[in-house]
Design a protein around this ligand. Structure first.
Ligand code: AP5
Length: 209
């Protein structure tokens, strides 16, 4: 059973690595960011409440995020394990999680702020199938078009510079204290998240071996 948390600042490459690792391990990749973006796109009451917080780069209130994650963890595919990407993000969420889910490892993605800003400014997303691209490290075959379905690629609203500044501040103030929280619980494993996706993938597998 693999019950893993990915912890790391915005743009560290958590989503990129999580999709591949979850496939390999046969466990669901549960990204609270993806779940919230789906709720926003579907215009659900929860999505409408979350939207302004996300656009500005602030955390969505804990009760909303906990509701959406708890419901997802109850689905049958999560019985064999799960990879939590972007949750928990503060001490209150970590405490809440400890009451309804067990963890085997928490992976921290360590990376310099300069590299994060660059990766986020160059990220593009397919609004239809959610494929993630990067203008430098993973460009689409045809400029601005999704390789899978040809849709016009977009920039996430929270990847604009003002929101990125807020997200980095929120990470430092609210999420980074979780490193100590999980270190004290002997769950923390830190990896260098710079370098190519393949290099990071290799470090990740060593950390989980
Ligand atoms: P969320 O979607 O979780 O965003 P995030 O944590 O800020 O992380 P990102 O998705 O920006 O980055 P990533 O680390 O996944 O990087 P990626 O692999 O895409 O959250 C968004 C918002 O939702 C939050 O701000 C908040 O409002 C809300 N939210 C979510 N969870 C919440 C919670 N628990 N509580 C409250 N609110 C919550 O890579 C980035 C780019 O770099 C891509 O272009 C990629 O192709 C490229 N790249 C990846 N790896 C490499 C590499 N090794 N080399 C070169 N390029 C690379």
């Amino acid at each position: 059973m693999h019950r893993v948390v990915f912890l790391g600042p915005p743009g560290a490459g958590k989503g990129t690595q999580a999709a591949q690792l979850a496939r390999e391990l046969g466990i669901p990749h549960l990204s609270t960011g993806d779940l919230l973006r789906a709720a926003v796109a579907a215009r659900t009451p929860l999505g409408l409440e979350a939207e302004d917080h996300m656009r500005a780069g602030r955390l969505v209130p804990d009760d909303l995020v906990l509701r959406i994650l708890h419901e997802r963890l109850e689905q049958s595919d999560a019985r064999v394990g799960y990879l939590l990407d972007g949750f928990p993000r503060n001490l209150a969420q970590a405490e809440a999680l400890s009451k309804f889910a067990e963890l085997d490892a928490v992976i921290s993605f360590d990376i310099s702020p300069d590299l994060l800003v660059r990766r986020l400014s160059e990220r593009r997303l397919c609004p239809k199938c959610q494929s993630v691209y990067n203008l430098s490290s993973k460009p689409p075959r045809v400029p601005d078009r999704c390789d899978a379905d040809g849709s016009s690629l977009v920039q996430r609203p929270d990847d604009r510079p003002e929101a990125v500044t807020t997200r980095l501040k929120v990470y430092a103030e609210q999420t980074a204290p979780l490193l100590d929280y999980y270190r004290k619980r002997h769950l923390l494993r830190q990896i260098d998240a710079s370098g190519s996706p393949d290099e990071v993938a290799a470090r990740l597998r060593r950390a989980l071996a």
